[in-house]
Design a protein. Structure first.
Length: 390
């Protein structure tokens, strides 16, 4: 009974050095189990040859013209994952090794390997088995050790963040301060923005605390606690003023927000949407905010002009108030570019019936510039620093 013939392992060689291609072709040609089906000298060419010939293995040089070995491996793994990649380099470079293996190579050979080592690596690659030149072992071990150390540090950092946020939530280790919002024509205080301050580490910015809460999945809990604590001071507000509270998009989508805000007179509440987290679905957010807006809660867009996200917020959410970011108001009295951008936002606000407020006003000249441009409201250190409501 005749043995069934085994199909040869189809191989492509990609290297910009013709002498290397020739040596590898000779080694492959001497092996009955191998068949050389193509060669390439750039990463792009290697991808094209592989897509045409559909080899079992491609020997890929790390440093080649064009997309290079790493880019070629990533693209090939995306387009033709059945082809195994055996990386080849003249360098026992730990960085290059880890880059190629991370990109998807199953093995890594250093040029100068013996014919036997190359043949063995090709056989292993065809079966999807890992292989490394012996000289690379220390580099890979070091890279793995560094990876484990980084992973441990990341987990320890996450543990510390979680414990810190839990402590704030469980013990309510947060104070609220209030910054006045002033009507420029009359000089009258018309509202207050509530701002969180953290007792456990006052040196850290509130933004850092809220970012940590986002990382450990507790941003909604922390933001709702801040709003609840701010609303506890609602009865102390002058009756002709409003309270402005901050919320991220995730918290704005939470059903838990509605009863918190409706616990006070909703027509005296502004809900400021920050731009620090992306909004995946504006339609969903509009629907979530509708019950609050129907009951009188007004919507403000914070930090307008600081980035593209805030402009999308304005166009998609139709706010009642647009707050010009401090990056626009600081130096607006001397910077024509800031004045021009602010003027554009003011014209837009007027055309759609939205009020504007200048944030971060720190000098009389900035205040005068905003008044001259027609901005009706402002807040900042020049008008009043955040502090206890009393």
């Amino acid at each position: 009974m005749n043995a069934v013939a085994t199909a040869p392992i189809r191989i492509v060689v990609s290297d910009d050095d013709p002498s290397i291609r020739e040596v590898l072709a000779d080694i492959i040609g001497l092996q009955p189990a191998f068949e050389l089906v193509g060669t390439a000298c750039t990463g792009e060419e290697a991808i094209a040859v592989c897509l045409e010939q559909r080899p079992h293995v491609v020997v890929m040089d790390v440093r080649m013209p064009g997309t290079g070995g790493v880019g070629a491996v990533r693209k090939l793994r995306e387009l033709q994952p059945s082809t195994r990649v055996l990386a080849l380099s003249a360098y026992a470079d730990r960085g290059a090794v880890t880059e190629m293996l991370t990109a998807g190579a199953v093995g890594y050979l250093v040029k100068g390997a013996t014919a036997e080592q190359i043949v063995e690596a090709l056989h292993k690659a065809a079966r999807g088995m890992p292989s490394l030149s012996p000289v690379l072992a220390p580099a890979v071990v070091d890279a793995l050790r560094e990876h484990l150390a980084l992973d441990h540090n990341a987990k320890e950092g996450q543990r510390r963040r979680l414990a810190a946020i839990r402590s704030v939530l469980d013990r309510e280790r947060m104070n609220m301060v209030f910054q006045p919002i002033v009507e420029l024509d009359s000089g009258r205080t018309v509202g207050f923005e509530a701002l969180a301050r953290f007792c456990d580490d006052p040196s850290r910015s509130p933004a850092d605390w809220f970012a940590d809460a986002e990382m450990v999945g507790l941003s909604v809990d922390l933001e709702l606690m801040a709003i609840r604590l701010a609303l506890q001071a609602f009865d102390e507000l002058p009756p002709d003023t409003y309270l402005s509270v901050n919320v991220g998009p995730t918290s704005a989508l939470s059903e838990r927000l509605i009863p918190v805000l409706l616990s006070v007179a909703p027509e005296r509440v502004y809900l400021e949407i920050t731009e620090h987290a992306p909004i995946a679905d504006y339609g969903q957010l509009v629907v979530a905010l509708a019950p609050l807006r129907e009951r009188g809660v007004r919507l403000a867009i914070d930090d307008a002009g600081s980035g593209f996200a805030s402009l999308r917020h304005i166009l998609s959410l139709s706010p009642d108030l647009i707050k010009l970011d401090i990056s626009l108001t600081q130096g607006i009295d001397t910077d024509r570019s800031r004045r021009a951008l602010a003027s554009g936002l003011i014209s837009f606000g007027e055309s759609v019936g939205t009020c504007l407020l200048g944030e971060g006003v720190e000098t009389a000249a900035e205040l005068a510039a905003l008044r001259e441009l027609g901005v009706p409201f402002a807040q900042g250190y020049y008008l009043g620093r955040p502090g206890p409501l009393a």
